[in-house]
Ligand binder design. Structure first.
Ligand code: FAD
Length: 396
C-alpha cells in the first residue's frame, strides 16, 4: 500500500501509538505505524538475553492502575497474573521496606524508640494510611520531627539528588511532598487496586494488540527521514498527506531542535548475568545512599520465569540526556520546569499549525505518564479523532 492509502499514520509503537493504531484499525480504517527502533513495544519492550532470561530492555515496568476500563482493555490482548510490587532499600546496611513503613521502623530503631514513634503517629494521624515526609519534618512534636528528618535524609534525599542530578538543597518542595511514609505494615510499593503483569510479557501483549489486517508496521524507520512540514501542510515521501498523523516521539527532535533541546534525565542501564538461582531477596532493591546506581532489579521476580541456573539483574545509573549521551541512551524523564515548559509550548504551538498532527504520549507531551495514563490518553485522543472524522467504531 502507498502511504496515501492509509487513513492514519501513527509514529511510535509504544503504548500511546499501539493503542491509537488498534482503535483506528478496529473502526475499519487502515493504519500505518512507523517506528524507528527495530522492534515494537516502546519502553515496555521485553526480550530474552543471552542466558535465556526475559528482561525489560528499557528498565523494569510494572502495571498498576485504578482505572478498570484500561485494565479491561488490556485484557483483550493478554492474560495477566496478580503481581503486587514490593521494594526494599539498603539503609544503614539493613534492608528495609520502601516506602518507609512500620516494619522499616522496627528494623532500624530500637524497640522503645519504635514503639514511641508508632504510638505518637497513631495518635496524631488516626485512620490515615499514608502521609508526606514533609508533614513529619514540620511537625511540632520533637520525636516525630526527628523521625521525619531521619526518613528524609536516609531514604529520600540522596536518592532523589542522584536521580535528578541536583544537590539535595535544590530539590523542589513539591517533589519532597510526594514522598510517602506509610502509617502501618502495608509494604506494597503501589496502593492501586489493580496490580498485574502480562503472563507472556509486554512484547507478546503488543504483538496481539497490533495483530490486525488493518495495521501495517514499518520498523527501523525514523519519521524525520520521510516527513516534511511546510506552511501547515505535511508531506510524506514528498507527497502531501492530509489524514491524521499521531505522533508519539519527542517534539524537539521532530522540529529539528529549532527552539533548543528539551532536557530529560536518562539512565545508563547496566545488565549483569550471574550463574546463580537468585541474586537478591527481592525484585527491586533501592540504594539511596552509598552506591552510584539507584536500584537493582532482578527480572525473574517480575516475570516469574523459572530457571535455577542463572539470573540477570539491572543496575540503573542516572545520567543527563543530551547530545553526547543521546547516542547510547534514551530520553526518559522530562524535566518539567517553567523554562522547559516554555520551550515545549513553542514546539507544541508550531505543530498545532498542522491540523492533521496530533501529539500524544510521554515524549510528545513532555510529561511523565505511567502506562495506564498513556493508554487512557491514547484511547481518549483516538475517540476524539474518530468522532471528528465520523469513523464508526465497529464491534470488537
Ligand atoms: C525507566 C522507566 C521505568 C518505568 N516504569 C514504569 C512502571 O513500572 N509502570 C508504569 O506504569 N510506567 C512506567 N514507566 C512509564 C512508561 O514507560 C510510559 O508510560 C510509556 O513509555 C508511555 O508510552 P509511550 O508510547 O508514550 O512512549 P514510548 O514507550 O517511549 O514509545 C514511543 C515510541 O516512539 C518511537 N519513536 C520516537 N521518535 C520516533 C521517530 N522520530 N520516528 C519513529 N519512531 C519514533 C520510539 O522508538 C518508541 O518506540 C517507566 C518509564 C521509564 C522511563
Amino acid at each position: 500500500m502507498k502511504n496515501n492509502d492509509y487513513d492514519a499514520i501513527v509514529i511510535g509503537a509504544g503504548f500511546s501509538g499501539a493503542v491509537a493504531a488498534r482503535e483506528i484499525a478496529d473502526s475499519g480504517k487502515k493504519v500505518l505505524i512507523i517506528e524507528k527502533r527495530k522492534q515494537i513495544g516502546g519502553n515496555m519492550y521485553e526480550c530474552f538475553d543471552k542466558d535465556g532470561i526475559r528482561i525489560h530492555l528499557y528498565g523494569p515496568h510494572i502495571f498498576h492502575t485504578n482505572n478498570e476500563d484500561v485494565f479491561r482493555y488490556l485484557k483483550r490482548f493478554a492474560n495477566f497474573y496478580k503481581y503486587e510490587h514490593k521494594v526494599i532499600g539498603k539503609i544503614k546496611n539493613r534492608l528495609v521496606p520502601i516506602p518507609f513503613n512500620y516494619k522499616s521502623l522496627d528494623i532500624l530503631f530500637n524497640k522503645t524508640e519504635a514503639t514511641e514513634i508508632k504510638k505518637k503517629l497513631s495518635e496524631l494521624y488516626p485512620n490515615i494510611h499514608k502521609i508526606s515526609v514533609l508533614e513529619l519534618v514540620n511537625n511540632n512534636d520533637e520525636t516525630i520531627k526527628k523521625f521525619g528528618e531521619y526518613v528524609y535524609e536516609n531514604v529520600f534525599a540522596n536518592y532523589t539528588a542522584k536521580q535528578w542530578g541536583i544537590p539535595v538543597s535544590k530539590i523542589d518542595k513539591s517533589v519532597i511532598n510526594r514522598v510517602p511514609v506509610v502509617l502501618g505494615y502495608d509494604d506494597r510499593y503501589f496502593d492501586d487496586k489493580i496490580q498485574y503483569m502480562p503472563e507472556d510479557g509486554f512484547t507478546e501483549l503488543f504483538k496481539n494488540m497490533l495483530e490486525s489486517e488493518n495495521i501495517d508496521i514499518k520498523l527501523n524507520t525514523n519519521i524525520l527521514d520521510i516527513i516534511k512540514l511546510r506552511d501547515g501542510k505535511t508531506y510524506i515521501a514528498d507527497k502531501e498527506y492530509i489524514n491524521p498523523i499521531i505522533f508519539t516521539g519527542a517534539v524537539d527532535e521532530f522540529l529539528e531542535y529549532k527552539y533548543g533541546r528539551l532536557p530529560y534525565r536518562s539512565l545508563n542501564l547496566v545488565f549483569e548475568n550471574y550463574k546463580v538461582d537468585k541474586f537478591q531477596e527481592n525484585s527491586v532493591v533501592n540504594y539511596p545512599n552509598e552506591e552510584e546506581f539507584t536500584r537493582i532489579t532482578e527480572f525473574k521476580y517480575l516475570t516469574k520465569q523459572r530457571t535455577d541456573r542463572n539470573t540477570t539483574i539491572l543496575k540503573e545509573y542516572p545520567i543527563m540526556y543530551n547530545e553526547e549521551t543521546a547516542k547510547k541512551s534514551d530520553p526518559y524523564y522530562p524535566i518539567q520546569n517553567e523554562k522547559n515548559m516554555e520551550t515545549y509550548n513553542k514546539y507544541k504551538n508550531e505543530l498545532e499549525k498542522y491540523n492533521n498532527i496530533y501529539l500524544v504520549g510521554r515524549l510528545a507531551e513532555y510529561k511523565y505518564y505511567n502506562m495506564d495514563i498513556a493508554i487512557e490518553r491514547a484511547l481518549n485522543l483516538t475517540s476524539e479523532i474518530m468522532e471528528e472524522k465520523e469513523w464508526k467504531i465497529k464491534s470488537k
